[in-house]
Structures are given as structure tokens and as C-alpha cells.
Design a protein around this ligand. Sequence first.
Ligand code: IPE
Ligand code: IPE
Ligand code: MG
Length: 243
Amino acid sequence: MDRKELTEKIPVHVAVIMDGNGRWAEKNGVSRLSGHNAGMLAMKEIIKRADIMGIRYLTVYAFSTENWKRSQEEVGGIFNLLVKYVGSELAELDENNVRVRILGDWRQVPKAAVASIEKALDTTKNNDGLQFNIALNYGGRQEILHAVRSICERVSSGEIGVSDVTGAMISDALYTGEENGNIPDPDLIIRTSGEERLSNFLLWQCAYSELAFTDSLWPDFTPDEFEAIVHAFAGRKRRFGGR
Ligand code: IPE
Ligand code: IPE
Ligand code: MG
């Protein structure tokens, strides 16, 4: 198959659960934070390849609502890395016309990270290239709860009735909905590190997503492996409940 034929089947939205930084660190005899740093470097390369491949939306799971259970040192270190990443990469992302969006309750993360995020959102707000969504302080159940509450408010104020509530209204009220320009559901979700679960990621949106799992630990995950998985996906038949 030539490249053009493949790109015609390229998924619109690919989401990635970047898992295995800690195990990578252990395997290499370095600190967990060095593992997260290596993970950040891997992420940079995946963004570039996704862009080259013509993927429109790339979503990465960077920090879950459950990750606060980790040590203060690790949590603080992860957010410091995010600040460092935005500081060193924002200009290049902007030059490449990448639009950054954040999914999750990101205003509750440490102040320096909130400031970096605001800068990234503002700097890239007029870009219309690859949309790079970072799920940060993100939880799928929390997202659904947040959406349900906002719809309940509309019902209790009398704006709409109970029978007016639709699935589309729920989709619109999610982080992937109106507040972030209506991101289509992921066509493909990839998880690294050999774990085969979603860990509270995009629970509403994953209804018909293809799932791909690889044993590679996230810092070892290469753009070539990413591309191979995406191409394998292109060959799968999605039926959406039909025949
Ligand atoms: C994923 O790597 C990154 C985050 C969850 C922030 P982990 O830190 O979960 O790595 P493992 O699962 O311990 O190997
Ligand atoms: C999922 O990985 C969250 C992120 C990759 C940010 P975890 O390592 O937190 O998930 P579990 O604990 O293995 O389910
Ligand atoms: Mg993990």
C-alpha cells in the first residue's frame, strides 16, 4: 500500500494512555521523575509524527484524578515537568500551527502549571493544525458527573424538561464538548506498558473506539511503533452495531 492510500484511512482522533514511566525508571535504575522526564521526550516525538501523519486530534492522558494518591514529591515533579515542557516547546508547537487544549479540572492543579496552561491555550488559540489535547487532572467519571450537573441545572431552572435531555446534550457538556470546540470521539485509544484497562479515560467517548495495547513502556514507545499501530487500525472494520 502506498502512503497516500494509507493516509486516506488515517483516524481523525487518536488518544493515548501514556503508561509505564515508573517501570521504565525502575528498569533503568533511575528515579521515577527521570522516568516522567523520559516520557515527556517520547511525547514530543509522538506529537510530531501524529502531525506528519495527518491526524487531526491527538489526546494524551497526562495526569488522572486518581494520580493525586502518589507522593507529593512525584506529583509536584510531574507538574514541574509540565511547566518546563510548555516553556521549552510552546514556541515550536505554535510555529507548527498546533492548537493546545486541556481536558479536565485543570484550574485545580498547582499555580505555576495553571499559568503555563493559560499561556499555552492563549498562544495557540488561533491555530488550526493538529489539535493536541492534554487530559490533566482528568477523570472520565468526574467528567460525566460535571456534565450531568450542568444539565440538571438547566432542568431545575425550567430551561428544559427531563424528556428534552439527549445523548448529544451529554456529549456537548463533557470536557470534549462545547468548551473545547466539540472534539470528535476517539477512533483509536492506545495504551502502553502492557496494562489492558482504561483507568477512567474517556469513558463516554470510548463507546466505539478501537483499542490497542502494547507492552512497550511509554518512554520506549517510538513514533514508528505509533505509526504501525495506527496503520493496523486502518485495516480494522468498525461496525458501530450494524452488520
Ligand atoms: C504514567 O506512568 C504517567 C502517569 C500516570 C503520570 P506511570 O507513572 O503510571 O508508570 P508506572 O505505571 O508506574 O510504570
Ligand atoms: C493512567 O495510568 C493515567 C495516566 C497515564 C496519566 P495509571 O498508571 O495512573 O493507571 P493505573 O493506576 O495503572 O490504573
Ligand atoms: Mg501507571
